[in-house]
Design a protein around this ligand. Structure first.
Ligand code: NAD
Length: 499
């Protein structure tokens, strides 16, 4: 096991600058209004850098740069784009530790996750879309002897992208890779809670990027996000964040009649059928691991399996074994590769989770484990840590219906298949879900009956670039990842030709 040194210390792979500007037209540019905000590390609760505080004027400057670059980049060949994306992937791979530690310091997540999942997935995403754009083909239909319909893909031009704080680099890459592959220029706004790690990435790749193709404006939602999302000069807005913010984004976009991709909140059910406990084998063990995954990324995952539904026949033994598994989750210094649960990303998020711990207790849910803030010692005493918590209750409770976005599991039981599906679908959301069953028929039928864009069957929390991801109901519009993502960043041009 390794404990990484804190950024700034001699042995750390990361040294943040004391100040970050916007990235516009290939250069680091001070904000027009000259204001900056602090970026605080949730690991120790202390500010570690300051970042340009963007406004509408900065967004306009970024759009000027993006549109200046657009004629050349929009007309680039798919081979040129693929080469760029592969070079970015290579550069990220060479700097894996730097990016991982930067992400951990900015967000609070365990460095083992960044090293094994977040950054490798981001790298693979660039490689996937480098290949996908070269493999994409147009269409041709012959309408009659003399008439042919050709369908061409064209870039949209310049697009806006707004991302949240829970996977800053990965969410940024999920958006950048397909947009660039499709030939668009981008103006990206990171979340105000976690701007620094993505700026470290931009620093690492800036010499690869043609000027103006990628522009980053930092700042807050109302000051920098809205002027981007509501701007008539963008051809699309892609947004990941809360459902309430997603509604606003859609309203802004409607003014300009531009397409949206919305990746929003979730309250994902994780369903365990009785036959899981038929044998105490590897499958049983894997299911227990799946049960404990509500603590992954401190529960700050849109698809967090935050509601567990366990069938009554095995309920007592499975939940007891699940509790034991949760008790083994190592929580502590996120820079220690042994740590499995790190710090919540911000004080606001910490307060929100603590308020839900109170709500759960007040509405009569039983605390099976956790239920409190975790106080660490020494350097980490001011960090934002919460005990992984399991509440036992019923699906009508607020802790079952509202997105907590913390390491909090709401657990309930069910009698039969129909009741499981009814509880699973009794939610505003429809992003992710898990089904665990040995019987293929049960697993398949449940997977099809759950109203969610992604159902993991006998596994959970994998995000391969080639599997479509997105929400039903209030969890969003559109999909990310997969080949189909390219369509979201392209116009279809039809030429109807008579010969
Ligand atoms: P948020 O909506 O508060 O903020 C997300 C981003 O939107 C930030 O960059 C913020 O500055 C910006 N923003 C806020 N108000 C804005 C406005 N009026 N106009 C334009 N931009 C604005 O969400 P958050 O708290 O940062 O992220 C957590 C949420 O994200 C959770 O609900 C989670 O489920 C969701 N999420 C969804 C997915 C997915 O793929 N579906 C992935 C990750 C996170």
């Amino acid at each position: 096991m390794t404990v990484y040194a804190q950024p700034g210390q001699a042995e750390s792979p990361v040294s943040f600058k004391s100040r970050y500007e916007h990235f516009i037209g290939g250069a680091w540019v001070a904000p027009v209004k000259g204001e900056y905000f602090e970026d605080v590390s949730p690991v120790n609760g202390k500010p570690f850098t300051e970042v340009a505080r963007g406004t509408a004027e900065d967004i306009e400057a970024a759009l000027d740069a993006a549109w200046a670059a657009a004629p050349t980049w929009n007309a680039s060949t798919v081979t040129e784009r693929a080469i760029l994306l592969n070079k970015i992937a290579d550069r990220m791979e060479e700097n894996l530790e730097t990016l991982a530690v930067a992400e951990t310091w900015d967000n609070g997540k365990p460095v083992r996750e960044c090293l094994a999942a977040d950054i490798p997935l981001a790298i693979d995403h660039f490689r996937y879309f480098a290949g996908a754009i070269r493999a994409q083909e147009g269409r041709l239909s012959q309408l009659d002897e003399d008439t042919v319909a050709y369908h061409f893909h064209e870039p949209l031009g310049v697009v806006g992208q707004i991302i949240p704080w829970n996977f800053p680099i990965l969410m940024g890459v999920w958006k950048l890779a397909p947009a660039l592959a499709a030939g668009n220029c981008v103006v990206l706004k990171p979340a105000e809670q976690t701007p620094a790690s993505i700026l470290v990435l931009i620093e690492l790749i800036q010499d690869l990027l043609p000027d103006g193709v990628v522009n980053v404006i930092n700042g807050f939602g109302a000051e920098a996000g809205k002027p981007l999302a509501a701007n008539p000069r963008i051809r699309k807005i892609a947004f990941t964040g809360e459902t309430t913010t997603g509604r606003l984004i859609m309203q802004y976009a409607s003014e300009n009649i531009i397409p949206v991709t919305l990746e929003l909140g979730g309250k994902s059910p994780n369903i365990f059928f009785d036959d899981v406990a038929a044998q105490k084998d590897d499958f049983y063990d894997k299911a227990l691991e799946g049960f404990a995954l509500f603590g992954l990324n401190q529960g700050e995952v849109c698809t967090c399996p935050s509601r567990a539904l366990v069938q009554k026949g095995m309920y007592d033994e499975f939940v007891a074994a699940g509790l034991e598994r949760v008790g083994k989750m190592v929580q502590g210094n996120p820079l220690d590769t042994a740590t499995m649960v790190g710090a919540q990303a911000s004080t606001d998020q910490l307060e929100k989770i603590l308020s839900y711990l109170d709500i759960g207790k007040q509405e009569g849910a039983k605390v099976l484990t956790g239920g409190e803030r975790l106080q660490l010692d020494g350097d980490l005493a001011e960090g934002y840590y919460v005990q992984p918590t399991i509440f036992e209750g019923t699906n009508s409770m607020r802790i079952f219906q509202e997105e907590i976005f913390g390491p909090v599991l709401s657990l309930t039981s069910f009698s039969d298949f129909d009741e499981a599906i009814s509880i699973a679908n009794d939610t505003l959301y429809g992003l992710g879900a898990g089904v665990w069953a040995r019987t293929g028929n049960t697993a398949y039928r449940a997977g099809r009956a759950i109203q969610a864009g992604r159902v993991w069957v006998n596994n959970y929390h994998s995000y391969p670039a080639h599997a479509a991801f997105g929400g039903y109901k209030s969890s969003g519009i559109g999909r990310e990842n997969h080949l189909m993502m390219l369509d979201h960043y392209q116009q279809t041009k039809n030429l109807l030709v008579s010969y």
